[in-house]
Design a protein around this ligand. Sequence first.
Ligand code: MN
Ligand code: MN
Length: 471
Amino acid sequence: MSEEIKEQSRGEQLRKALLYEKKNGYDRLAPGELEAMETYCVGYKQFLDAGKTERECVDRTIALAENAGFRPYVRGTELKAGDKVYRVNRGKAITLAVIGKKPLDQGANIGAAHIDSPRLDLKQNPLYEAEELAFLKTHYYGGLRKYQWVTIPLELHGVVALKGGQTVRVSVGNGQGDPLFTIDDLLPHLGAEQSKKPLGEAIPAESLNILVGSRPLDRDEGKDRIKLSVLELLNRKYGITEEDFISAELSAVPAFNACDIGFDRSLIGSYGHDDRVCAYACLTAILQLTAPEYTAVCMLADKEEIGSEGVTGMKSAAFDTFMEDLCQAQGIPLRACYEKSFCLSADVTAAYDPNFADVYEKCNSAFVNYGMGLCKYTGARGKSGASDASAEVVARVRRVLDNANVVWQMAELGKVDAGGGGTVAAYMAERNIDTLDAGVPVLSMHAPFETVGKLDCYMTFKGIKAVFEEI
Ligand code: MN
Ligand code: MN
């Protein structure tokens, strides 16, 4: 063997031994995994179509959980390994647990995702008539780009709570033959001035008014005949009056059902991947557990998109109360459980988009089809607001994922100082729980129609399951 060839093979050996090689997930799938991925994604698309608000996601979760043997936890009830329990927080958030073989002072493995998504909430006095058209006024929820929400079909989902204590469910748009709604925009012929404005200013929030009717009340000479006609329809269907909007939570969401994207059907397009894609992964993983070593907990939170605030957000003590109830059943103080626990803050990250390459930093971005994205830190302007998992925690997760043959990658949202974002990770870490961000890379995050890779959805499920089973 010549000296030259020896040198080459030494280089190859070193390359193999020392370099961190990133590989497309499709080149790393085990036999049978393509089929498992497709089956998983069929279930995920059904979950998306059934849950367009956090309340609907909770309902769907309860149905799936009950079917898998989970029961509402009654405070004070004894718990043994393999018991499957859940608790709903005000219809908008839900926590599920499978009790482990080890007692809770050995810690729990938690998967925490959120089921609220950016949308247009109706104001409390929403309905008005202008030039014989009826509109609903909105206040947008979460970080959205307002120009994306005009001239698309919208559905209306939510509840109207009546003074008498009854709550009326509203869902218009995803039933067979349902009407839809929309927000109008300027025609290009008259858009000369609007087109000169920056994207963020072209569509002011107060112009996001939803068109809901145009036919006047017949045989009537009074004012607001269109508005009155709309109210008559609402009264007939839901038994509500205009004043009842005051205690309503109604949201306009995009009227798109989940669908395959691409000639090869390798992607899923839908409203609300952020963060139902991780919520479904956590949920499916916990539903498949029997009796794990450590107690597994799946937390599906509300209000992440507006800072995890409020009684149903991740900052709420509702989570601690549930966990404390579980701990008390074993005579264990909550703080002893938390300090040994681990949380995967399962939330989406930005997928590298070659069409907008200048906001990403290629070495540290997550790529579609490269698997579950681990984020050591999120935040903005110097990691502000980040949980920043410790090196030891990241190492532990690397080990667990590799042992389970999960395709994963490191992920950072974008270029430093290009922007930023946060998740529930910081609020779990505040509880003295080791926490790492991980989730699915998304294209067009927070848009009415977001896109994810099927492989990444499946690998995130596999990763969370591995955490529940192996840590
Ligand atoms: Mn999210
Ligand atoms: Mn988000």
